[in-house]
Design a binder for this molecule. Structure first.
Ligand SMILES: C[S@@+](CC[C@H](N)C(=O)[O-])C[C@H]1O[C@@H](n2cnc3c(N)ncnc32)[C@H](O)[C@@H]1O
Length: 255
């Protein structure tokens, strides 16, 4: 079969790593799994053995048809659809995916809006570093703020490129994400993404910009709360609180 690099098709082939991924995932017998990227079904088969039900999505219709023929588990639904389709509303406990790099940001943003118990995701190391970037760092971006605010993030396992065929050029890391707030709305996400276009500006500059351009009244804004800091130096919680203030006029004190 011809490799479709546009869909990030690097398939896991190392059975020792596959076993480790399944073990460290700590999935329960009553978990419903939402898998994006069935591929050739190597992880899907293992997931069916240890969970209650698996909904597995695959965009590539050739791979989908091949799995439809070969995987006959009673607790499996295969779907030839985009797993991040906005109109799908299938409830699930565990999100599971070995993701192509180009889709990682989209996937994490999608997950920020969903209610679930945990996510087990295989990602390229550079993207994981971006997710975990700290205030002030070069890679501290909207996606770092959204993911650190919404999830606790733990690195579980290093996965070398030799575990895949074809081998990607970069290392991968298996991470676990566990929600620690309620899902974020699309508006909150968009507001934070917009605010981060001012990442190197000071808080007072941003307040004045919103005052002038959106005709907002920020009388009584307590600059001492943040000092004359640049936005990029604020913690994820403070950036979300600041964004809520700019857009709604109130501080969200609850996590
Ligand atoms: C890195 S491969 C992993 C395949 C398999 N899970 C494995 O570990 O060997 C990613 C798979 O996701 C599929 N894919 C990419 N984006 C997708 C999307 N939005 N929805 C469903 N499948 C997708 C690709 O066609 C590819 O088969």
């Amino acid at each position: 079969m011809k490799k479709q690099t546009k869909l990030g098709q690097n398939f896991l082939i190392d059975h020792t790593i596959i076993k480790k991924i399944i073990q460290t995932s700590r999935i329960n017998k009553d978990d419903v799994i939402y898998e994006v990227g069935t591929g050739k079904g190597i992880l899907t088969t293992e997931l069916c053995k240890i969970s209650k039900y698996v909904h597995s999505f695959e965009l590539d219709s050739i791979l989908y048809s091949r799995c439809k023929r070969n995987l006959t588990h009673k607790n499996l639904e295969l779907l030839n659809l985009d797993g991040f389709n906005e109109h799908l509303a299938i409830p699930f406990d565990v999100f599971f995916s070995s993701l192509p790099y180009y889709e990682s940001r989209n996937a994490v943003t999608w997950l920020c809006q969903r209610d679930f118990r945990k996510g087990i995701i295989l990602l390229q190391r550079e993207f994981v570093e971006k997710l975990l970037s700290k205030p002030g760092e070069k890679n501290y971006r909207a996606i770092s703020i959204l993911s650190q605010y919404r999830f606790s993030i733990k690195m579980l396992l290093d996965v070398p490129y030799t575990s895949f065929s074809p081998s990607p050029k970069v290392e991968s890391v298996l991470i676990e994400i566990c929600p620690r707030t309620s899902p974020l709305s699309n508006k909150v996400i968009k507001d934070i993404q917009f605010l981060l276009s001012f990442r190197k500006k000071t808080i007072s500059f941003i307040v004045n910009y919103f005052k002038k351009n959106y005709n907002r009244n920020f009388d009584g804004f307590d600059y001492n709360e943040f000092g004359k800091n640049k936005l990029v130096n604020l913690s994820p919680v403070d950036i979300v609180r600041f964004s809520t203030y700019l857009n709604n006029g109130t501080f969200n004190t609850k996590r």
